[in-house]
Design a protein around this ligand. Structure first.
Ligand code: GDP
Length: 136
């Protein structure tokens, strides 16, 4: 069974007009785009999505950033999708991300790092459900 992961093209990358490049990379890497939408998160929706980080000192800055402009949200499908998408994204800090990874190519800072990806099976399920209703 292919696995699903939640991917987000963050506001910095949408503003930079690299949505097309990132989606091309997603398809070239063999992921199937199962769901896709463009949304502008409210501050509360961003806070809900990042609730696990609510004790972190960067929480308010992160949620302000994530609600600062539209994002592209996708459910990506592939064998081992969660691990593979994180590999394509690269390390959280673009300066430390491997050459050729999306964060290295398009990220600006540890916060404005172009893309999001789920980090585990349970979080992926929860994150996909946060944005997309289950198909009937
Ligand atoms: P990820 O799984 O690689 O996205 O990293 P985390 O789950 O640790 O953090 C979630 C998001 O919070 C990251 O993608 C960044 O946008 C942001 N973030 C992480 N660490 C920091 C930090 O030290 N400072 C700031 N301002 N933002 C951070």
């Amino acid at each position: 069974m292919p696995q699903q992961t939640l991917a987000i093209i963050k506001p910095d990358a949408v503003k930079k007009r690299v949505v097309g490049k990132i989606i091309t990379r997603i398809e070239d890497e063999g992921f199937t785009i199962a769901r896709l939408k463009l949304v502008h998160l409210s501050p509360d929706e961003a806070k809900g999505f990042y609730a696990v980080h609510k004790e972190k000192k960067f929480f308010s800055s992160l949620t302000e950033f994530m609600s600062s402009g539209p994002v592209v949200v996708m459910a990506l499908e592939a064998e081992d999708a969660i691990r593979r998408w994180r590999e394509v994204m690269g390390a959280t800090d673009p300066a430390l991300a491997a050459p050729g990874t999306l964060r290295r190519l398009y990220g600006f800072s540890i916060e404005r790092n172009a893309v999001h990806g789920s980090d585990a099976t349970e979080t992926a399920e929860w994150e996909v459900g946060y944005f997309f209703k289950k198909k009937p």
